[in-house]
Ligand binder design. Structure first.
Ligand code: 5IU
Length: 265
């Protein structure tokens, strides 16, 4: 798989989406491929975490619907922190409906995700038309300000995202590579397009197995070297640690070392 060994500079130059280019720039500038899953109960806590670990991460992933104090004012505050420390905000909304509904979930409601998210996750389950129409028509600004991250595989035990599913969805994602900036997966799909980015969750250095609810974990090195991760997604392994800044530095160093090792090999 050529993507795995191509330099980040070269991959950046083949990107078809400004958010993907920006993410490559951030990775190179910050020497980081760390995305933190900030699954905390309030935006106040997310903002405090982001202020402390901001310099070490390239993406902060949130679930907007678990925040008890959500407001557009607070999300704008988080946006400010993201601007100051230079990281992207990923809303892990996992869209999975028909395009007409997804458009409303993306632009409307209380959360108005399209106003602030740099990256948004979506399941390919509804088919390729959902992907091409999720942001609205071709004049929609959000097509350039927000990148879709397609979920090809899940990290959980007995997930239904088998090889055929992931393969078919990867094809759709590649065809729509002006919309799809990357994908979530546990393995590297066969493709000679180096411009899209693999996000891999289920990374935790202190738990070799998983949680008691189906989540499965591996180390940062294994995620990058054996599973093809460009970006490692770390949640509880970091947010529950005593010293989040020191832990972020450890994950950043390990993740980055593995990525540079993979590229130079
Ligand atoms: N997440 C997964 N697995 C997946 C997908 C998303 O764990 O396949 I798609 C999310 C869920 C959570 C984070 O927000 O990534 C992982 O958190 P922990 O590192 O705390 O398990």
């Amino acid at each position: 798989n050529p993507r795995l060994h191509v330099s980040l500079e070269e991959r950046r130059s083949s990107c078809k989406h400004p958010i993907a280019s920006r993410l490559f720039d951030l990775m190179m500038a910050k020497k980081s491929n760390l995305c933190v899953a900030a699954d905390l109960p309030s935006l106040d806590e997310v903002i405090t975490l982001a202020e402390s670990i901001g310099p070490k991460i390239v993406v902060l992933k949130i679930h907007v619907d678990i925040l008890e104090d959500f407001s557009l004012t607070k999300i704008r505050q988080l946006k400010e922190v993201a601007r100051a420390h230079e990281f992207l905000i990923m809303e892990d909304r996992k869209f999975a409906d028909i395009a007409n509904t997804v458009q409303q979930q993306f632009h409307g409601g209380v959360y108005r995700i399209s106003e602030w998210a740099d990256l948004i996750t979506a399941h390919p389950l509804p088919g390729p038309e959902m992907i091409t129409h999720m942001f609205g028509d071709s004049s929609s600004d959000s097509r350039r300000t927000c990148g879709c991250v397609l979920i090809l595989e899940m990290s959980t035990k007995n997930a239904l995202t088998n090889e055929d599913y992931a393969k078919e969805a990867a094809k759709w994602g590649l065809i729509a590579s002006d919309i799809v900036t990357g994908f979530v997966g546990q393995s590297a799909p066969n493709s000679d397009f180096p411009g899209w980015i693999q996000f891999t969750p289920g990374v935790n250095s202190s738990s070799a197995s998983g949680d008691s609810k189906g989540q499965q974990y591996c180390s940062p090195a294994k995620a990058v070297l054996e599973r093809g991760a460009d970006i490692i997604i770390v949640g509880r392994g970091l947010i529950n640690s005593q010293d989040v800044v020191a832990t972020a530095e450890t994950y950043r160093t390990e993740g980055w070392a593995a990525l540079t090792q993979r590229i130079t090999n």
